[in-house]
Design a protein around this ligand. Structure first.
Ligand code: F6P
Length: 340
C-alpha cells in the first residue's frame, strides 16, 4: 500500500513527529510513504518527497514541518480536484493523511465526500478542533506563554506596572486560559467571554490597593462586550481568515487611560508556534502519527484520529470539523477564582 501525507495551515510543534510516526508504523506494516510539499499545493502540482525511516531521523524534536505548509486548497482552483485526482493516480497513492487544522481538515472532509481516500490528523496550537481533547502543539505553546508570563512578573513587580500579554487564539482562549492559570495571571480575557473594559480597569484598581503589579493575558481574538469599546474593523487574509493582533495594545492603552497605571504590552506571536515540541507534544504527535498509519492500513477514510480520555480513537471527519471546541466554562471559572 502507498500512503501520502501533507501538512496544511499554520505550523505547530510536533508536525515532524507525526510524519515520523506515520513513516515508522507504515514501514512496519510494509507500506511506502511519500510526503506532498506545501499542503494541498503539492498534491495539485504533483510535488512530493519520498519518506522513509532513515530520512526521518532527527524529526522527533524538530519544529516546523519538513514538508512545508500553505493554506492553498483544491477548491481555490478550477481544476484543483482533477489535478489532485491525477496526482494520486499517477503515484499510486492508496491513502492520503491530511495533517492540519480547521481549514485543512474541512477540505479533507470535502475531498473525502468526492471519493478521495483521505483521513485526518488534528493540528493546531489553538487546540480548537472538535472531537479531540488535545491537539499537538498546544502544550508547547502553553509552556512558552507560561514561561513568558513568569518573566513578566518580575519586571512588572520591579516597576510596579501592568503587563498585558497577547497570546494566540483566534476564536478560542485555550492558550490564554491555560497559560494564564499556569503563570498566575491577574486577569485573562478570552474570545468566549466578551470583556467590559470598565470592569477590567476597576478590577485592576481594586487589586492595586492591596498589591502591586498585574499581568493581564489577552487572547488575540478577545472581544469587548458590544458597545463598550471601539475596536478596529476586522480584516481578512486572502484565505478568508480573520487577521488579528492589536487587541493587547488597545487594552493596555485603555488601562492606562482609565487607571493611570503604567502599562506595557508584550505580543508573543509566532514564538508560540516555533521551535521544538515539548515532551508531551512529542509523545502526543508520535501517537497521532502511528494511529494515522494504522487507520490508513484499515482504509478508515473520512475519519480523523482523536485523543479522548487518554486514548487514541477514530471519529468522523465531518463531525470533527462541524464546530470549534471552546474553553470548558468550568476551567474558566477556576481561572476566574484567581483573577484580580
Ligand atoms: O495556528 C493558529 C494560529 O496560531 C492562530 O492563533 C493565529 O491567528 C494564526 O495561526 C496566525 O497564523 P498565520 O499568520 O500563519 O495565518
Amino acid at each position: 500500500m502507498k500512503l501520502a501525507v501533507l501538512t496544511g495551515g499554520g505550523d505547530a510543534p510536533g508536525l515532524n513527529a507525526v510524519i515520523r510516526g506515520v513513516v515508522r508504523k507504515a514501514t512496519e506494516n510494509g507500506d511506502e510513504v511519500i510526503g506532498f510539499l506545501d499542503g494541498w499545493r503539492g498534491v495539485m502540482e504533483n510535488e512530493f518527497m519520498e519518506l522513509d525511516v532513515e530520512g526521518c531521523r532527527g524529526l522527533l524534536t524538530r519544529g516546523g514541518t519538513v514538508l512545508g505548509t500553505t493554506r492553498i486548497n483544491p477548491f481555490m482552483r478550477d481544476d484543483g480536484r482533477d489535478a489532485c485526482r491525477r496526482t494520486l493516480e499517477a503515484n499510486g497513492v492508496d491513502a492520503l493523511i491530511a495533517i492540519g487544522g480547521e481549514g485543512t481538515l474541512s477540505c479533507a472532509h470535502e475531498m473525502y465526500k468526492l471519493g478521495f481516500p483521505v483521513l485526518g490528523v488534528p493540528k493546531t496550537i489553538d487546540n480548537d478542533i472538535g472531537s479531540t481533547e488535545m491537539t499537538f502543539g498546544f502544550a508547547t505553546a502553553v509552556d512558552i506563554a507560561t514561561e513568558a508570563i513568569g518573566r513578566l512578573h518580575t519586571t512588572a513587580e520591579s516597576h510596579d506596572r501592568v503587563m498585558v500579554v497577547e497570546v494566540m487564539g483566534r476564536h478560542v482562549g485555550h492558550i490564554a486560559t491555560w497559560a494564564g492559570l499556569a503563570g498566575g495571571a491577574s486577569l485573562t480575557l478570552i474570545p468566549e467571554h466578551p470583556f467590559d473594559i470598565a470592569e477590567v480597569a476597576d478590577a485592576l484598581q481594586r487589586r492595586h490597593k492591596r498589591k502591586f503589579a498585574s499581568i493581564v493575558v489577552v487572547a488575540e481574538g478577545a472581544k469587548p462586550v458590544p458597545g463598550t469599546l471601539d475596536i478596529p474593523e476586522d480584516s481578512f487574509d486572502e484565505f478568508g481568515h480573520i487577521k488579528l493582533g492589536g487587541i493587547g495594545e488597545l487594552v493596555a492603552r485603555e488601562i492606562t487611560d482609565r487607571t493611570g497605571f503604567e502599562t506595557r504590552t508584550t505580543v508573543l506571536g509566532y514564538v508560540q508556534r516555533g521551535g521544538e515540541p515539548s515532551a508531551f507534544d512529542r509523545v502526543l504527535a508520535t501517537w497521532y502519527g502511528v494511529e494515522a498509519a494504522s487507520m490508513a492500513a484499515d482504509k478508515a477514510f473520512g475519519q480523523m484520529v482523536a485523543y479522548q480520555c487518554g486514548s487514541m480513537t477514530r471519529v468522523d471527519l465531518g463531525e470533527a470539523v462541524a464546530g470549534l471546541k471552546y474553553v470548558n466554562p468550568d476551567l474558566y471559572k477556576v481561572a476566574s477564582t484567581f483573577m484580580a
